[in-house]
Design a protein around this ligand. Sequence first.
Ligand SMILES: *Cc1c(COP(=O)(O)O)cnc(C)c1O
Length: 374
Amino acid sequence: MSQIPMVDLKTQYNHIAEEIDNAIKKVIHSTQFIGGEALSEFKSNLSKYHHNAHVIPCANGTDALQIALMAAGLKPGDEVITTPFTFVATAEVIALLRLEVKFVDVYYDTFNMNIEQLEEARTERTRAVIPVHLFGQCCNMDPINEWAKSHDICVIEDNAQSIGAHYTNHLGTARRSGTLGDMACTSFFPSKNLGAYGDGGAIFTKDDELAEKLSVICNHGSKVRYYHEAIGVNSRLDGIQAAILNVKLKYLDQYNERRNVAAHNYKTLLQDVVEIILPETAEYSDHVYHQFTLKIPNGKRDQVQKHLNSKGIASGVYYPVPLHLQKAYYSPNFPEGSFPISERLALEVLSLPMHTELDMETQSRVVEEIKITL
Ligand SMILES: *Cc1c(COP(=O)(O)O)cnc(C)c1O
């Protein structure tokens, strides 16, 4: 039996190989490896995709978060609220900038920020909040924005996993993730929903002044070459990656649709397995299934993963240790038990193979093997 991987970037590439190869060749022939036409084209198309928000490309999603925090003008000791159930980058950049990480727990059903805990976590030093749109669906952004606005707190969406998703507010107005906060960050890591063939990232904002600040920070704090008005970083998306992403952006909605079809198939195949809790979609968001994440309670998750492994079927535990229990982020303020939902999810979650090339036969095989173990 052949192996079943988490993602299949090879088959995806094969379908668009000619377009991709031509785009890469064009950049090489132009020798515009940094900046250049491919980058401006991608910037402009990505902006259109995001209701004409400013787009500031950078080197990766982690940089995007760091640069957004720098542009927010926070001072050492200022506090930033996020959740412990996320990829480490979200908290890492807060700590790197000598800001204080504050956590709130997540909801068991959506894996996203528990907005009822925000006010309790707030102090006079709280200056920013980073809601993470985890696994492919949006946090409940209107209440977050409203709360943040009334306390002069900057909202930075971590949209690394949910590019292309929509948030629908109580009035029924739908807006794209990445256009909902003061700033938003995304990642073009190869396995993300819009993946490059290397590293890449971007920051989004509708605010002209912030957009200017962000692009200055990305470019060594400089507007005029060799004159530096702010402390910046060197963080760029290169021309070849921009050209590849520009091709793939055209297919993003189609790719997200295919992920939805695959998610629907899994849900149908798994619907009467009582030991499994299927992923749920909140009423205020659609889902782009960056991950298809099951919950398998009662200590059975590891045995399922072990069995899948023995059959050559990949699966993932995102994330096995919540950030407040990581050695690097340990604080006596957040001992074990502080965020019970995140801690419980770390023991129960299992993400199944999910990508744009999945077929029913493969999915049936995955589900058959899961059923054997339960
Ligand atoms: C992938 C990811 C990042 C970081 O992106 P990189 O491009 O790998 O630096 C940040 N936050 C979340 C939630 C992610 O999934």
